[in-house]
Write a protein that binds this ligand. Structure first.
Ligand SMILES: Nc1ncnc2c1ncn2[C@@H]1O[C@H](COP(=O)(O)OP(=O)(O)OP(=O)(O)O)[C@@H](O)[C@H]1O
Ligand SMILES: [Mg+2]
Length: 263
């Protein structure tokens, strides 16, 4: 896999006088194995751009391609390829069925990957995969028997990550995955994501309001404002010497106890 490429992507909602364009011709490249931070104030279009990549909303124009294969309106082989792009959401409850045990939820994701790759699985093989996936997200295998309601927010987010990993993703789009968590577990989920990326080599689009987290995790940063890309570049350049006033304002808005924000 070489890159997930957004090219002049435009996403609008509604029609006629009620038409609202949430993403305006945004071009962005997430190279394989790299992490790109996507920042911008609330409503700037970050989630919409990511959702378009996994087919949760449809661009009016532009292209989203994985290794040159168009993912918009994907069918057949392109749809199978699109499943290599996995999105993880702020609220893990949104992707975990409360009536399904953690193990059943992971089996569902494992079976989806088997169908995609047209390979038959076995009960024993899936069971071993569940243990492996839980281990990857640092959860004991006994959690397979539990239901989401019995897990902490951090544990639920780890299960959501394990579900994404079951798809053997080439790219993970992480949308505010630590924002709903207690501050005390935010760091451990971020470290986990960093370790998983180093180990598995997926490309990462990391959407966050937490600029310190973006600084810690991301090689590059893209800044969105009102659906438009206003600045992009290496993290150190964009966050230490921003070119745009808007980026400076975002940085200035970060509450901090003492200086500096970044080490
Ligand atoms: N399904 C929808 N129908 C209509 N408008 C939508 C829809 N989804 C998003 N929008 C609008 O598109 C704009 C961008 O929303 P989006 O969720 O992408 O922002 P965001 O940058 O992710 O914000 P936040 O940081 O709060 O998550 C917002 O004005 C939002 O109200
Ligand atoms: Mg969002």
């Amino acid at each position: 896999m070489s890159a997930l490429v957004f090219d002049k992507v435009r996403v609008s909602f509604g029609h006629g006088a009620r038409k609202f364009t949430a993403v305006h011709d945004v071009s962005l490249r997430v190279p394989a194995g790299r992490s790109v931070g996507l920042v911008g104030e609330s409503g700037s279009g970050k989630s919409t751009l990511a959702r378009a990549a996994v087919g949760l909303c449809e661009p009016r124009s532009g292209s989203i391609a994985l290794d040159g294969t168009e993912l918009v309106n994907a069918r057949g082989r392109a749809l199978a390829l699109r499943r290599r792009v996995q999105m993880v959401f702020q609220d893990p409850s949104s992707c975990l069925d409360p009536r399904m045990s953690v193990g059943a939820s992971l089996v569902e994701a494992i079976r989806a990957a088997e169908r995609r790759d047209r390979r038959p699985g076995t009960v024993a093989g899936r069971s071993a995969q569940i243990t492996g996936l839980l281990e990857s997200v640092q959860l004991p295998s006994a959690k397979a028997a539990e239901y989401p309601g019995a897990l902490s927010g951090g544990q639920r987010q780890r299960v959501a990550l394990a579900r994404a990993l079951a798809a053997e993703p080439a790219f993970i789009l992480a949308d505010e995955i630590t924002s709903a968590l207690d501050v005390s577990v935010q760091g451990s989920v971020m470290n986990l994501l960093k370790d998983l990326q180093a180990e598995r080599g997926f490309g990462l689009l990391f959407i966050s309001h937490n600029l310190a987290a973006v600084h810690y995790l991301c090689d590059d940063v893209a800044v969105l404002r009102n659906g438009r890309l206003v600045e992009a570049g290496a993290t150190a350049d964009v966050l230490h010497t921003p070119k745009e006033d808007y980026t400076r304002e975002l940085l200035a808005a970060v509450p901090r106890i003492g200086e500096p924000l970044f080490a």
